[in-house]
Design a protein around this ligand. Sequence first.
Ligand code: SAH
Length: 227
Amino acid sequence: MAGSGPLSAELIQRGIGMTSARTRARLIQRLAGAGIEHPEVLESIARLPRHLFVDEALASRAYEDSALPIGHGQTISQPYTVARMTAALIERAKPDTVLEIGTGSGFQTAVLAALVRRVYSVERIASLLDQAEDRLRQLAFRNIRFKHADGALGWPEYAPYDGILVTAAARGVPRLLAEQLALGGTMVLPIGEPDAQVLVRVTRHAKGYEQDLLESVSFVPLLSGVS
Ligand code: SAH
């Protein structure tokens, strides 16, 4: 994405040329057809200019339902996956605060920020975090805090969170994240080995944690340390 400062008319225009309303509507129909029923989730994806979250060379593919490379060996998640995880996080009770681990392009962050009061997003790769932060500032999001850190440690300062969403796969549920979930809160995360991952929803109750398995998924691994 070029330049800093507010989202320019030129940038928006370029996007409109590349991504007609029909192309975007087709993506939303596809998500609805794939079983995403939550109207607010569909609407927040429909409103977001996903082409501004990928490199210009890939912008013409931004409204396909696929993951795309964002550099550093990472990917912007598939729109279906973003929709599915967001719906799983908010459908029982809408969280007030959400901790997101793995900012990446910032697309999932933006979907969340459109739906909840405040999002805390942690990313271990500094240059991805800087780009996402610029992008979301240009898109006028004001309810997101960013942190450059190893997300497996969570973000204790603002804990507990009503919702936690993790966009990289760990072997199991990271203990420190589970501890930072509020009572009654929900965490959605992929867990498992690279070729056998499953999306899990963890709910914290007074007596412990309940886990539901949602579906098979394919995510990049949750790595330790920062870079
Ligand atoms: N939701 C993002 C997905 C990016 S891919 C998007 O749609 O753009 C997963 C991201 O998790 C990558 O940016 C990767 O750097 C980050 N990540 C992996 N392990 C991490 C960790 N321990 N802490 C924070 N971020 C991590």
